[in-house]
Design a binder for this molecule. Structure first.
Ligand code: SF4
Length: 214
């Protein structure tokens, strides 16, 4: 059993918060365990809860379409949520519920080691980039240090469900999505620069490294 599968079994058996009392299934997430891109939404909805899979309703279909725009498939990426159990009536997860589930998400990130974490919607963004407005942050790649993970690049997007119901956001989401390959390349370039920095520390300053990524 892979390290991820073992983690998945542990998540499925979790009863750390009361969301498990009302949901049908724990929805740990799915996709490529070695994905370069990890999408993180807020929590499972009704259909996700029934099927035990993330993003399978209308928003999920739209997400699949978006993933197709960057010439990838759902199986190429990893899709997870901040909380793994459906909040009753699709309400927002409470801070204590998100807190209880946070160690699972950290373990998922540490196991999958994505190059890029793409947050879907305001709540997922706030977890990693607190005190920011999604209207200002969407479509921007930022690197920040997260306790337990280390330095990680984040890219905030509007939630596919919000974009489905607001025509203007739909186009914005598509435009932001299409930039993802460029962000991945920038991260890769940054990695190469880091290697060169190790060989020739004087040639590349910290400042240049930042410019190379963004
Ligand atoms: S939401 Fe997370 S912490 Fe709460 S029971 Fe489900 S898996 Fe456990």
């Amino acid at each position: 059993m892979s390290r991820y599968k073992k983690l998945e079994e542990e998540m499925k058996a979790c009863r750390k918060c009361h969301l498990r009392d009302t949901c049908l299934n724990v929805v740990p997430g799915e996709g490529n365990e070695k994905a370069e891109i990890m999408f993180i939404g807020e929590g499972p909805g009704e259909k996700e809860d029934k099927l035990g899979r993330p993003f399978v309703g209308a928003a999920g279909k739209f997400l699949d379409e978006m993933i197709g725009l960057i010439e990838m498939k759902r199986e190429d990426v990893f899709i997870a949520n901040i909380v793994k159990c459906r909040p009753p009536g699709n309400r927002d997860p409470l801070p204590e519920e998100a807190e209880a589930c946070w160690p699972w998400l950290l373990e998922q990130i540490k196991t999958i080691k994505p190059k890029l974490i793409v947050t879907l919607g305001r709540h997922a963004m706030e977890r990693f980039l607190p005190n920011q407005k999604i209207s200002q942050m969407h479509g921007m790649a930022l690197r920040r240090e997260i306790t337990g993970i280390g330095k990680q690049v984040f890219y905030a997007l509007y939630h596919p469900a919000a974009a489905l119901y607001q025509g203007s956001l739909r186009e914005t989401l598509k435009t932001d999505f299409k930039k993802i390959p460029k962000v991945l390349k920038a991260i890769e370039k940054e990695k190469n620069i880091k290697k060169e920095v190790q060989m020739d520390a004087d040639r590349f300053s910290e400042e240049n490294k930042q410019e190379a990524l963004f």
